[in-house]
Unconditional design. Structure first.
Length: 367
């Protein structure tokens, strides 16, 4: 199962099918597993979720119009529970303990429809692996109930012992939400708005959060060892004063514990933005879809998630063990690790040329 140079197309398809059979046998029949295999292979070649482009990328003898209808039927009719895909991706994680979870939301407009996805990912190096999500039935911010439901799914499927902490931005605050995390003793580092009221038990007074960090110099950070209250929830606070877009601001983070490491951990939150770019404009162009039905769009996103993880793991392997990505003068990589893997895999799938003669399929295997 190597997807190596000079491998015939039919052989490559069979090898990929075998890998997905290991994940889905007992849940899906062979025809549907084959469709998933061809879908993900085509997705990595055409880099679009547009059904017309995907069907043209299918490696089979039937007409593209027939493949198009097969994709439509699969997305419309086949049951593909998120639990299956989440467990598949979890099995592919390079590390499965002390996980740093990242929660964020991505959205776009399709005509009059607002596509709004609440995502939970796992921080790894410079990206967040997509693990599970919820389709929101409205535009704008998520509700506490959505966040709790997402975390409950994680807890039910993977437990809490594997969690180091949860990171989230200023949207993801609220007393019921913090209460849920506190009650389940899930460590978190969540940014809050500067104008939130904070009660200081030592001073027995209530102040705006920014007031606690107002004396800091630019780049200086501070954390409070003593516990405070945000609403009725006990927590710790830390903050740093920065300049962003020419404006002075404080980044204030509320934590369940360990405020001394809060800002360093919170710095990993941006990694989920790298994921969103890969799913959208810098990778698979998820916004190309014309699917608006929530259940169908969910299945589409699940398949894109698998392709993303596959490409990232290939790129990470090549960057670490074979040929490091060029670092430009400004210190950034010439190309993202995900894109590095996607470009390599696409060439293997399209031309059969495997420059480093690596087993691309092993990155989809949990063995």
């Amino acid at each position: 199962m190597a997807l190596k140079m000079n491998t015939s197309q039919s052989s490559k398809d069979t090898e990929l099918l075998t890998v997905f059979q290991a994940h889905f046998t007992g849940f899906l029949n062979l025809a549907r597993i084959r469709l998933i295999s061809m879908f993900i292979s085509s997705l990595c070649k055409v880099r679009s979720v547009n059904f017309s482009k995907l069907s043209a990328g299918f490696d089979n003898p039937v007409a593209a119009s027939s493949s198009y209808r097969r994709i439509q039927r699969f997305i419309a009719e086949v049951e593909l529970p998120m639990k299956w895909i989440s467990r598949l991706i979890f099995s592919l994680l390079p590390e499965k303990d002390s996980l740093v979870l990242v929660m964020d939301r991505t959205n776009w407009k399709l005509g009059q429809h607002s596509i709004n996805i609440l995502m939970l990912g796992v921080s790894y190096k410079n990206v967040a692996f997509p693990l599970m999500f919820r389709m929101l039935d409205k535009g704008g911010n998520s509700h506490t109930a959505d966040r709790i439901a997402l975390m409950r799914d994680f807890m039910d499927w993977f437990g809490t012992d594997c969690i180091d902490c949860l990171l989230a931005d200023r949207e993801f605050v609220g007393e019921k939400w913090l209460c849920f995390l506190n009650e389940h003793r899930i460590r978190y580092h969540i940014r809050i708005r500067n104008n939130f009221w904070v009660y200081c038990p030592k001073r027995q007074t209530q102040v705006k959060a920014w007031h606690l960090f107002n004396g800091l110099k630019i780049g200086q950070l501070k954390y409070y060892h003593r516990i405070m209250k945000l609403g009725n929830q006990y927590c710790y606070l830390s903050g740093i004063k920065t300049i962003r877009d020419g404006r002075l601001e404080c980044c204030i983070v509320v934590s369940f514990s360990r405020p001394d490491e809060a800002l360093e951990k919170y710095g990993q939150r941006w990694q989920i933005e790298t994921l969103f770019r890969g799913l959208k404009s810098s990778g698979f162009n998820l916004e190309d879809t014309h699917v608006t039905h929530m259940d169908r769009l969910e299945k589409l996103v699940l398949l894109v998630m698998v392709a993303f993880v596959w490409c990232y793991k290939i790129g990470d392997y090549i960057d670490t063990h074979l040929k490091p990505i060029t670092i430009k003068k400004h210190g950034n990589r010439a190309v993202s690790i995900f894109k590095y893997g996607l470009d390599y895999l696409a060439r293997v799938l399209i031309t059969g040329f495997n420059r480093y003669n690596i087993n691309c399929l092993k990155f989809l295997s949990c063995t």
